[in-house]
Design a protein around this ligand. Structure first.
Ligand code: B12
Length: 294
């Protein structure tokens, strides 16, 4: 659980007085928790919500555990993509964090950041690797850095204890972690209670996860399939077991059209922005109580 922040730290971070922060906490302008001793504590996601709905800006981001220069740059998506590719290849994690946080504070949606900056940066990294301009270790370290940044961005999203449950992961033999983590992040921003179960999951075990956890939605991220026929057979088994009771959304480069035509699912989404639209519609149907499995 992300560590909570004191009014003193918030005041320093935003360059305002501690008494102002305490007043905002007590008025509920900043969502606040109180310790057993009555001390005010604030989650980073609450400060992010406060910043996005007021004129206040980060003055000393380091006081909140963020990179010192966060929130200063007015980044455009294209420039951010180039800068992130360079920083990922250089293993410069602090710079990567700053770029991601600046985009978030500039109120780009997380789905757009995933599709147009993060995924595209890895296309550029993949091309650099393919033509010998990047080393394997640089690509792998870049994945580790982005994995941690997706975890950090998840702490900016308010926790949805009330949201409908969604779980997901990648199938057997697929070791791509970023797609399923992005789905977890984007669904969380759409007010789902979303949990990625990880990579290399036998579809039979995913079916058991659905029976045990009873989610409203299951996602499958498929970037690599060892054997398409084995996948289709196992996927049919999964769909027969849980498809009638749970929405299933699939995505990922390995799901080419011919393969998809042999699968049943609620939705196939090319990218995270499509997932956001689908998940928002389904959640509205669920909260309006007229959901049937899509
Ligand atoms: C990083 C990477 C790896 C890493 C991943 C590490 C990690 N922690 O994830 C590892 C080391 C596992 C890897 C391995 C391999 N890789 Co690789 N890899 C890449 C690389 C550089 C980036 C891929 C990536 O993760 N991008 C970030 C994700 C988020 O973007 P994305 O996949 O495009 O996802 C988007 C959509 O598909 C969609 N989406 C994805 N998942 C989901 C899920 C849902 C629910 C929804 C709605 C949408 C959705 O939204 C995303 C965001 O827009 C690509 C280069 C490239 N051009 O992309 C090569 C690349 C994909 N790899 C390639 C290959 C060949 C392999 C190997 C087969 C090599 C080998 N022979 O061993 C192995 C297979 C390993 C395996 N069994 O899984 C080739 C694929 C060629 C092809 N024709 O498809 C590429 C293109 C490299 C190249 N230039 O040739 N790879």
């Amino acid at each position: 659980m992300a560590s909570k922040i004191t009014p003193k730290q918030v005041a320093r971070g935003l360059g305002v007085s501690e008494s102002s922060v305490k007043r905002w906490c007590d008025k509920g302008v900043i969502e606040t928790e109180y310790t057993a001793g009555g001390h005010r504590r604030v989650a980073l996601s609450s400060i992010m919500q406060f910043l996005s709905s007021t004129k206040y800006r980060l003055v000393h981001p380091e006081a909140l555990g963020l990179p010192a220069s966060s929130g200063t740059g007015r980044l455009a998506i294209d420039r951010a993509r180039g800068q992130l590719t360079e920083a990922l290849l250089g293993g410069d994690e602090l710079r990567c964090r700053q770029i991601a946080i600046d985009l978030y504070l500039a109120e780009f949606s997380l789905s757009r950041m995933c599709d147009e900056v993060f995924a595209q940066a890895f296309v550029e990294i993949g091309d650099a690797w393919a033509c010998g301009e990047a080393e394997v270790f640089e690509e792998r370290h870049g994945c580790e850095i982005l994995d941690r940044i997706l975890d950090e961005l998840l702490t900016f999203v308010p926790t949805n204890v009330e949201g409908p449950l969604a779980i997901g992961g990648t199938p057997t033999g697929d070791y791509y972690s970023l797609g399923t983590k992005m789905a977890e992040l984007v669904l969380s921003e759409c007010h789902w209670t979303a949990t990625s179960l990880g990579m290399n999951l036998p579809l039979e075990s995913l079916a058991n996860a659905v029976k045990k956890r009873r989610p409203k939605l299951l996602w499958l991220s498929c970037s690599y399939l060892e054997d398409e026929n084995t996948f289709l057979r196992d996927y049919r088994g999964l769909y027969e077991e849980v498809g009638a009771s749970t929405g299933i959304v699939v995505g990922g480069r390995a799901l080419h059209e011919e393969l998809r035509q042999q699968m049943q699912y609620s939705a196939y989404c090319d990218n995270m922005q499509h997932l956001e639209s689908f998940a928002t519609t389904l959640r509205t149907a669920i909260t309006d109580g007229n959901e049937t499995v899509p």
